[in-house]
Design a protein around this ligand. Structure first.
Ligand code: CP
Length: 330
């Protein structure tokens, strides 16, 4: 492994916090770690390091990619549910950040269910911690998912720059719960950074946080990409190289499940099926961070079909998490 950039000690809370070159360096490191994992080459770059993983929400991919990842790097991960720690009794992010910094080498936090809270909480821990702090998904961004998604696109299309690529990020119907906005927000911010032409499609009630849309517009202006916002899924998927459709909640409805379900039910036809994938570019792929609400957000025929890269995306969560830990916790 080469150390082209010195990222030791850096937090990773939003992809916006790292330069494009630093992000690409992390992706190249992930590719190196992926190859080594596949051939069984040891990568014990973080021997005896400890990572604290604090969850305010459920997880399959994130927890297991971090926990397996830190083990494969030679360290150990502590799984901490907020409800079984003193966080539940109101312990401050300041005290936790300071104290865990004296016990180990990295703090990773998922706090994604309440708009306006998670990112602020993670940044408050980071302000006081003197070890790297990682965002395992907040209300604003899901940066480790974004890195896995970008790695998957770069692999699939054999390119680093996304200039000329059309990416459709669309809301999709799911009759479950108001999911965080952080995946679509993270996508529009990161993909515009790498030069993509991004179309965001959502019903009018499912607008994203305005500051993330503004950030994406600024990124596009700098990279030569673009951001377009429409209220029609068909318009977004037309000629798209990537169709990334998933459900998210409506701001103002996160503590009103019945209201959210009633609102979402107005848009049951926002689903990706073979008809819609037929409108994408011939080489276009379907992506989803998972878990997917099968046959609501997307049909089985698409999810299990030849254009779906969902398992490659999920696999790349491991390699991108390892890369960022290896580069920052060493
Ligand atoms: N994509 C993702 O973050 O999955 P989990 O919620 O299972 O961690």
């Amino acid at each position: 492994m080469s150390w082209e950039f010195n990222l030791k000690g850096r937090d990773f809370i939003s992809t916006q916090d790292w330069s494009r070159q630093e992000l690409q360096f992390a992706l190249d490191t992930a590719a190196d770690l992926k190859r080594k994992f596949k051939v069984g080459e040891p990568t014990r770059y973080l021997q005896d390091r400890t990572l604290f993983m604090i969850f305010f929400d459920k997880s399959t991919r994130t927890r297991n990619s971090f926990e397996a990842g830190i083990t494969q790097l030679g360290g150990h991960g502590h799984f901490i549910e907020s409800q079984t720690s003193q966080i539940a009794h109101g312990e401050s992010p300041k005290d936790m950040g300071i104290i865990l910094s004296t016990y180990g080498h990295g703090i990773a936090i998922r706090h994604d269910l309440v708009p306006g809270q998670g990112n602020a909480y993670i940044r408050e821990v980071a302000k006081w911690a003197d070890i790297p702090v990682y965002n395992m998904q907040c209300d604003v961004d899901h940066p480790f998912q974004m890195m896995a998604d970008l790695m998957t696109i770069q692999e699939r299309f054999s390119t680093r720059s996304l200039r000329g690529m059309k990416i459709a990020v669309s809301w999709a119907y799911a009759p479950s719960y108001a999911k965080p906005l952080s995946v679509p927000q993270g996508l529009i911010m990161l993909m515009t950074r790498f030069g993509a032409d991004v179309t965001l499609a959502r019903p009018k009630e499912f607008a994203l946080m305005p500051e993330t849309v503004e950030a994406a517009r600024a990124n596009a202006a700098k990279s030569g990409g673009s951001l377009r916002v429409v209220e029609d899924m068909d318009e977004a998927v037309q000629s798209a190289h990537v169709v990334y459709a998933k459900s998210w909640g409506a701001l103002g409805y996160f503590d009103d499940k019945e209201g959210y379900l009633k609102l979402a039910a107005k848009y049951k036809d926002w689903r990706v099926d073979n008809r819609r994938m037929g409108m994408a570019a011939p080489e276009g792929v379907y992506m989803h961070c998972l878990p997917a609400d099968r046959n609501n957000e997307v049909t089985d025929e698409v999810l299990d079909g030849p254009r779906s890269v969902i398992y490659q995306e999920a696999e790349n969560r491991l390699h991108t998490a390892k890369a960022i830990m290896a580069l920052t916790m060493r």
